[in-house]
Write a protein of this length. Structure first.
Length: 134
């Protein structure tokens, strides 16, 4: 299953999404799925950038590596859950998400939380990916 075969769900009876995301994404029976744990903006060498957009980039690069292990790419993402520690961080995170998912964006939730395990973390992202088996 690739991004081109995903079926975004957008009922006319409800308000359109507030931003670049889909209300839902239909995943056909028999699809392979990968569930990624939340990824923080930290590199393999333990570097944590101060900028939220740079942290979001690292979150999605880590997710790309996890998906690759399962034979998938960001094009297979059907659901994103993201968490930021301040409203001021929403724009930086969303600029990265919107650039990486420009067409038929996944279903998405963004929450503001009080913090993560270390104070320098500003964003955490988890995803679900799916594609046709075989």
């Amino acid at each position: 299953m690739t991004k081109r075969t995903l079926r975004p769900l957008a009922p006319a009876s409800i308000r359109p999404p507030f931003a670049a995301y889909s209300h839902g994404v239909f995943v056909p029976a028999g699809s392979d799925m990968v569930f990624c744990s939340g990824q923080l903006g930290i590199s393999a060498d333990e570097t944590v950038p101060n900028d939220v957009a740079e942290q979001a980039e690292l979150c999605f690069r880590n997710i790309e590596a996890i998906l690759a292990e399962g034979g998938m790419t960001l094009a297979d993402v059907v659901r994103i859950n993201a968490y930021v520690t301040d409203r001021a961080h929403m724009r930086g995170y969303m600029s990265v998400r919107d650039r990486l998912f420009p067409i038929a964006p996944p279903a998405s939730t963004l929450m503001i939380v009080s913090g993560f395990t270390r104070e320098e973390f500003k964003v955490e992202v988890e995803v679900v990916a799916a594609r046709r088996a075989g």
